[in-house]
Design a protein around this ligand. Structure first.
Ligand SMILES: Cc1cc2nc3c(=O)[nH]c(=O)nc-3n(C[C@H](O)[C@H](O)[C@H](O)COP(=O)(O)OP(=O)(O)OC[C@H]3O[C@@H](n4cnc5c(N)ncnc54)[C@H](O)[C@@H]3O)c2cc1C
Length: 468
């Protein structure tokens, strides 16, 4: 044991690294963790948490508007960006402190430095110190993809910078069609920005159910987001008080900020992976097996740097499974089935399980249940937004394979649906569950409208099913 300085060296103090370090220390391991920026990682510092705080801020705009129909007069409503940013920063600092305290309590030694790998059992810190470790865990996460190459691309900001803009962007252009692009589009529109989303394709949210992909465009448009499809940015030009964005169709758009949200890439650069020849996959992510093992027996990797499912709860669970397996004599693997996901657009998306297209691609015969309705609240608020719900059911055994929702509370609903699906719930189980009335969620247990397709489509359909 004493031949190494520590039992475990964790590189990266984000969701996966912190959980792994804490649990391994709890199993009696001597653990050191290096973090080059701030403890908590992407999720806490510049991801899920600050984003959700901004989402809450944006939703007040709707509440104020909707209030009139319920008899309220909400006059002189003003929004102050600086207050929101300052209060958010205070909460993030508090959370970072909580992460530090938890690691300290668990006995993990924290080094506030960049670390890189120097050998199968050796790590080099930025100050030159070498630390030897029986096991090394790489949990360095990902970073915004800056891989665009057009004049002025350096003038574009990423999600990292948007959390600290000194001036609220009254007009913003966002390039991208993934969940981060759309969430910021919605929340900035809610806060009062004129938002234009630029996408080189004609559909948003690749990988989501086609009905969700088709409907979210109209829903977001109703909430003030403009879209320009099948175009890309050719150049960004600083014109003093504003930025001019030249599109490849010849148009010029003007904005205060341009956000480039074209995906994220694994953080592997400068990590010293070549010194020990850790294998990467074709996307540049660290290749691991189900137990998060790399090809080097003493080196493991978890979280976004492995590009499996890039979500915080997944990174946390991978870190936990690694620590139990390697230091707790309790090997277990993370299940990637039925991972619930929310997209905090306005309105919100919640999804869990297989999309209709993926289920058909597996050759399954399906029953599709879906509904589209005006929520009760909208009757007095006057809002035109609709709720959409779809349940994908396997005809062979009545099992619920997927639930896909758009509407208020969708994220909260799919978290619960995921529990049911994990215990193998059938549509009949959903049906015999008593409804909670009045709610949107009750539609999930009262859906009778079946759209049956007897023959599986030969390939994924790209046409949205019309509303029933
Ligand atoms: C804008 C945004 C919104 C998001 N929203 C959600 C959401 O709503 N729900 C959700 O589940 N997920 C969300 N995510 C994804 C989520 O943040 C990530 O999946 C999660 O943080 C991954 O955890 P991780 O431990 O793999 O990496 P990270 O949390 O990225 O942590 C990696 C850490 O390693 C550090 N590091 C990197 N290299 C080194 C080095 N050489 N030495 C020392 N330290 C190093 C970094 O500074 C960082 O702190 C969001 C991401 C973004 C960007």
């Amino acid at each position: 044991m004493d031949q190494f300085d520590v039992d475990l060296f964790v590189i990266g103090g984000g969701s996966g690294g912190v959980r792994a370090a804490r649990i391994a220390a709890g199993h009696g391991a001597k653990v050191m963790l290096a973090e080059e920026y701030r403890l908590g990682g992407t999720c806490v510092i510049r991801g899920c948490v600050p984003k959700k705080l901004f989402v809450y801020a944006a939703r007040f705009a709707h509440e104020f508007e909707d209030a009139a129909g319920f008899g309220w007069s909400v006059d002189n409503v003003r929004f102050d960006w600086a207050t929101l940013v300052a209060n958010k920063d205070k909460e993030i600092a508090r959370l970072e402190g909580a992460y530090r305290a938890n690691l300290n309590r668990a006995g993990v030694e924290i080094v506030a430095q960049r670390a890189s790998i120097e050998g199968p059992h050796a790590v080099r810190l930025a100050d030159g110190t070498q630390v030897t470790a029986r096991t090394i865990l790489i949990a360095t996460g990902g970073r915004p993809n800056r891989g665009l190459d057009f004049p002025g691309c350096e003038l574009g900001i990423s999600s990292n910078e948007i959390f600290h803009l000194e001036r609220f962007p009254d007009r913003i252009i966002i390039q991208g069609a993934g969940y981060i692009a759309l969430e910021f589009a919605s929340l900035l529109a809610g806060l009062g920005s004129k938002v234009t989303v630029i996408h080189r394709g004609d559909k948003l949210l690749r990988g989501f159910d086609e009905d969700i992909r088709a409907r979210i465009v109209d829903e977001m448009a109703q909430n003030g987001v403009e879209f320009a499809f099948n175009v890309t940015i050719e150049g960004i030009y600083d014109e003093g008080s504003e930025k001019r964005v030249r599109l490849n169709d010849g148009r010029d758009l003007f904005a205060d900020e341009v956000m480039l949200a074209i995906g994220r890439v694994p953080n592997t650069i400068g990590l010293g992976l070549d010194t020990v020849e850790v294998h990467l996959d074709e996307a540049g992510a660290i290749a691991v097996d189900g137990l998060s093992r790399t090809n080097i027996p003493s080196i493991y990797a978890v979280g976004d740097v492995t590009n499996r499912v890039n979500l915080t709860p997944v990174a946390i669970r991978e870190g936990h499974a690694f620590a139990d397996t390697v230091f707790g004599k309790r090997p277990w693997q993370v299940s990637y089935d039925n991972i619930p996901t929310a997209v905090f657009t306005e309105p919100e998306i919640g999804t869990v399980g297989l999309t209709e297209q993926d289920a058909r691609a597996q050759g399954r015969r399906l029953d599709i249940y879906q509904t589209d309705f005006r929520p009760l609240k909208a009757t007095l608020s006057g809002r035109t937004s609709r709720v959409f719900m779809k349940i994908v059911v396997d005809q062979a055994n009545d099992r619920v394979l997927g639930v896909h929702l758009i509407g208020e509370g969708s994220g909260e609903m799919v978290q619960m649906a995921a529990i049911a699906m994990n215990v193998g719930a059938t549509k009949a189980d959903f049906d015999r569950t008593m409804a909670l009335h009045p709610s949107s969620a009750e539609e999930l247990v009262t859906l009778r409208s079946k759209h049956t397709t007897s023959d599986p489509l030969p390939e994924a359909s790209t046409e949205a099913t019309p509303a029933l």
